[in-house]
Design a protein around this ligand. Structure first.
Ligand SMILES: [Zn+2]
Length: 282
């Protein structure tokens, strides 16, 4: 069933676990994520980037995810990841997204608050939940690229000011993760997470979690992270699945190339759901 992001994440916040938010841009990825959620009985967030919308078309993604959610035996939310323009956000709200992220993290704080507040007003009037990000993650995600020198961790005081000033439903914070593939091993600032969680007492979001060691992920869920974004690890699982066929045979049937990729993605997504503590919580 299709539900709002807030419905899924308020429960996760109350019961102290995290839900996976998986980036989707074609049918096989979507089916893999939904099958994994059903098999582990996990609530799940399907998310699309602006790049995914550009690639697949907003109407295609909307129709696919609505069908998948209607058929699913677990709660499914449809979320916009890193919405940067007013136009995309409004289009997603009109096309049945139940959660949107407005990423104004590159604006100075007062401007970020003013813009986010406006989005929250519109989204909430339509029954759609809102995520925002404070602080800046390094790395590359789709068309958004942040230099290491511009990355900065979230200030707890600013987080309080931001949430009070905007009314967002959940907040993505920067505690040392980065988008994309890691070069070294990321070190997370757990003390900062704990301080922010204590001050805000609301669902917290972690971006750039692909490649973060399992014990760090588990610790972050215990300390109050409730939504964990996963993109890169599923991309890698897809590509490995495709390669396992095309490098070892002359196969040219797309179903026999994408099928193993779908199975491989499902396996990876199930591992994440169990790791995040959301299995059995649907
Ligand atoms: Zn992100």
């Amino acid at each position: 069933m299709l539900v709002t992001g807030k419905e899924i994440l308020d429960k996760a916040h109350k019961e102290n676990y995290a839900v996976g938010a998986f980036n989707v841009n074609n049918m096989e990825i979507l089916q893999a994520v939904i099958a994994a959620a059903e098999e582990t009985q996990s609530p799940v967030i399907i998310q699309t980037s602006e790049g995914a919308i550009k690639y697949a078309g907003i109407d295609y993604l909307s129709a696919m995810v609505h069908l998948a959610a209607k058929k699913a035996s677990v709660p499914v939310a449809l979320h916009l990841d890193h919405g940067t323009t007013y136009e995309t956000l409004i289009k997603c709200i009109r096309n049945g997204w139940t959660s949107v992220m407005f990423d104004g993290s590159h604006f100075p704080l007062p401007e970020n608050i003013a813009k986010t507040k406006e989005i929250v007003k519109i989204a909430h009037a339509c029954g759609v939940s809102v995520e925002a990000e404070l602080g800046r993650l390094g790395g590359i995600e789709d068309n958004i690229s942040v230099d290491e020198k511009d990355a900065r961790l979230t200030s707890p005081d600013e987080a309080v000011e931001f949430v009070n000033g905007t009314g967002v439903d959940y907040l993505a914070i920067a505690i040392g993760t980065a988008h994309g593939k890691y070069k070294g091993e990321p070190k997370l600032d757990f003390e900062r997470l704990q301080t922010i969680k204590g001050l805000l007492n609301m669902p917290i979001v972690l971006h750039g979690a692909s490649g973060v060691p399992e014990d760090s992920i588990i610790k972050s869920t215990k300390l109050g992270v409730n939504k964990i974004n996963i993109d890169t690890d599923v991309r890698v699982a897809f590509t490995e699945g495709v390669k396992s066929v095309v490098t070892t045979s002359d196969e040219f049937d797309p179903r026999k190339i994408c099928g193993p990729a779908r199975d491989n993605m499902k396996k990876v997504v199930m591992e994440k759901m169990i790791m995040f503590g959301c299995s059995g919580k649907a």
